[in-house]
Design a protein around this ligand. Structure first.
Ligand SMILES: Nc1nc2c(ncn2[C@@H]2O[C@H](COP(=O)(O)OP(=O)(O)O)[C@@H](O)[C@H]2O)c(=O)[nH]1
Ligand SMILES: [Mg+2]
Length: 220
């Protein structure tokens, strides 16, 4: 039998903010390694072992609130640019990954940024684009300035440096990303509540809340 406390917990669990993150970038930059690091906090030398698992979810605590992140990996199809529309559907953030040890992978992120813009043009809220420089444990062959310029040109909000191998920068990156998404969702809810609908009536929390949950519930 469900105890009252469990029941309350289950209700709260339903209301936990949930965000979908998609990983994008060239083959070999370390997307699957980042995915495995976020999922199991480990590093696999052979990422082929994880093929077939293309999404996972992880809980993070931000500003005292538990946030659920649903993370999607391309499962190798980025080689052919054949991610389906479902991959992008309801995405809240796109992690544009390059290797800090490979300058070409940073240059090629421009086409991934354009791809995100094209594929999410019809979504009702803009996707947060975050540039992630992976392999910080290796010698850097890219400059922070080049990454920052690319970010500015393509409307990306953050440039982060991490290592899926050593775990360096991962926790900080997750906190920053989840914090941004949470702040944006709170802001959106606030402005939605205060802006009147077409009849001049303030919109209710129920309506917005239900809509958001309907959108995010499908991400995993
Ligand atoms: N040194 C180092 N190697 C990494 C890191 N992340 C991934 N790799 C290696 O880079 C190669 C490609 O990684 P993978 O995750 O399969 O890249 P994907 O094609 O973008 O999914 C593999 O040999 C990984 O072991 C990292 O942070 N540091
Ligand atoms: Mg991969």
């Amino acid at each position: 039998m469900i105890q009252p406390v469990d029941r309350v917990y289950k209700i709260m669990a339903v209301k936990r903010p949930t965000f979908k993150l998609v990983l994008l970038g060239e083959v070999g930059v370390g997307k699957t390694s980042l995915f495995v690091r976020l999922k199991d906090d480990t590093f696999l030398e052979d990422t082929k072992a994880s093929i077939g698992v293309d999404f996972c979810e992880t809980l993070v605590k931000v500003e005292g609130e538990e946030v659920r992140l649903c993370i999607w990996d391309t499962a190798g199809v980025e080689r052919f640019r054949t991610m389906t529309q479902g991959y992008y559907r309801h995405a809240d953030a796109a992690l544009l990954v390059f290797s800090l040890a490979d300058s070409a992978s940073l240059r090629l992120l421009t086409s991934w940024a354009r791809e995100v813009n094209d594929r999410t043009v019809t979504s009702n809220s803009p996707v947060l684009k975050i540039i992630v420089g992976n392999k910080s444990d290796l010698e850097h062959r890219t400059t922070e300035r080049t990454a920052a310029e690319l970010a500015a040109t393509y409307g990306c909000e953050l440039v982060l440096q991490v290592s899926a191998k050593t775990g360096e920068g991962i926790d900080e990156a997750v906190q920053v990303i989840a914090g941004k998404l949470l702040a944006r969702s709170r802001e959106r809810r606030r402005s939605h509540l205060t802006s009147p609908d077409s009849d001049g009536n303030p919109l209710t929390l129920d309506r917005q809340d239900t809509k958001e949950r309907r959108q995010t519930a499908r991400c995993c």
